[in-house]
Design a protein around this ligand. Structure first.
Ligand code: A2R
Length: 313
């Protein structure tokens, strides 16, 4: 039997690519590199393999009459037009849970990094500045107030870790949870006004675009820090840059950016930020587990078995 044809729409982690190539006929980003060749094979494409940053718009789905399944290597699937897929009865899968610990670890790492100015301290030593005197004092984390925007799988894992730091924890979501003792605030602004660290961990997409805006940052205030391990789009980036330039907030630690991998010069030159290149789930262990789950979803589909982790519709 011939192998199913699948379209890969992202630069994939090589071990996942190798696994796919062994089991499928893989067309690697041919829709971008060679549209004519893509048009010729498009009618045969039965699956799409994406990653968390991929765009799978309606226009692409419409070009694939035989498409049966879309799998995402990542928990966030805001680049996929799930409504367009659902209209055609095409399921979408992602890789939840297996990356929860890593993203939570990274959220805490960034919070500690900006509060204690760890990258700045490293630079200080390397630049030979230590003999000239000590660094300025930093912000204590233990016992401080943490606000979590989005208390899902990862938000709760961040809360659990923050409990270990004796932090008082509050959160905001659209629907108040009944299974937590953390204090609930109905909006990001109300939450920001009550905390020292505001940790953003909602999904991306239209519903959360610009959720952290100038008003939220003003409420966070000159002693408050913003941490974003969700999606760059959740934060109004120009408003954040302005707030950082004018000390409206104390600082920010960001793993995600609007328009990444391009990061605005205005952000890169600031001293009151820690910037990382979307590495929250980037460990060998977690990428292996994500690859196994993404591959497992495709395999399940083409073997006529139930999908492992279908996104809700
Ligand atoms: O709003 P709710 O009750 O559906 O709670 C979800 C919350 N959330 C929001 N919170 C405030 N304002 C919003 N507009 C809003 N939209 C959603 O985000 C829920 O508490 C949380 C999402 O949790 P999970 O679906 O369990 O996702 P998980 O695994 O924690 O990952 C979150 C995101 C991914 O979508 C990636 O973009 C990123 O982390 O790596």
């Amino acid at each position: 039997m011939s192998k199913p044809d699948i379209l890969v729409v992202a630069k994939l982690w090589p071990p996942l690519m190798e696994a796919l190539q062994a089991e499928f006929t893989v067309h690697d980003r041919i829709h971008e590199s060679d549209p004519a060749a893509f048009a010729a094979i498009a009618p045969r494409i039965r699956g799409i393999q994406a990653n968390g940053e991929s765009k799978v718009p309606r226009a692409l789905i419409d070009q694939l009459p035989a498409l049966e399944v879309i799998t995402v290597f990542g928990v966030g699937y805001d680049g996929v037009d799930v409504a367009a897929a659902t209209e055609r009865g095409i399921p979408v899968t992602n890789t939840p849970d297996v990356l929860t610990d890593d993203v939570a670890d990274m959220g805490i790492t960034l919070m500690l990094s900006i509060a204690r100015r760890v990258p700045h301290a490293d630079k200080y030593v390397r630049a030979g500045l230590w003999p000239s005197g000590p660094m300025p004092l930093a912000r204590k984390v233990t016992g401080a107030r943490l606000g979590i925007v989005g208390l899902g799988r990862i938000g709760q894992a961040i809360g659990k870790r923050a409990e270990g730091f004796g932090m008082s924890i509050a959160y905001t979501t659209r629907t108040q949870r009944t299974d937590t003792t953390y204090t609930y605030y109905p909006s990001a602004t109300a939450l920001a006004a009550e905390v020292d660290f505001l940790m953003v961990i909602t999904p991306g997409g239209a519903a959360t675009r610009g959720l952290i805006n100038a008003e939220v940052l003003k409420a966070l205030g000159p002693n408050g820090f913003l941490i974003n391990v969700a999606r760059g789009t959740v934060v109004d980036q120009p408003a954040l840059i302005q707030a950082l330039q004018n000390n409206v907030i104390a600082g920010a630690a960001l793993d995600v950016f609007d328009g990444e991998p391009s990061v605005p010069e205005e952000l890169r030159v600031l001293d009151n930020v820690v910037l990382t290149p979307h590495i929250a789930s980037a460990t060998w262990q977690t990428r292996r587990a994500m690859a196994d789950l993404a591959f497992g979803n495709l395999q399940a589909h083409f073997n006529g078995k139930p999908l492992l982790t279908r996104v809700p519709v």
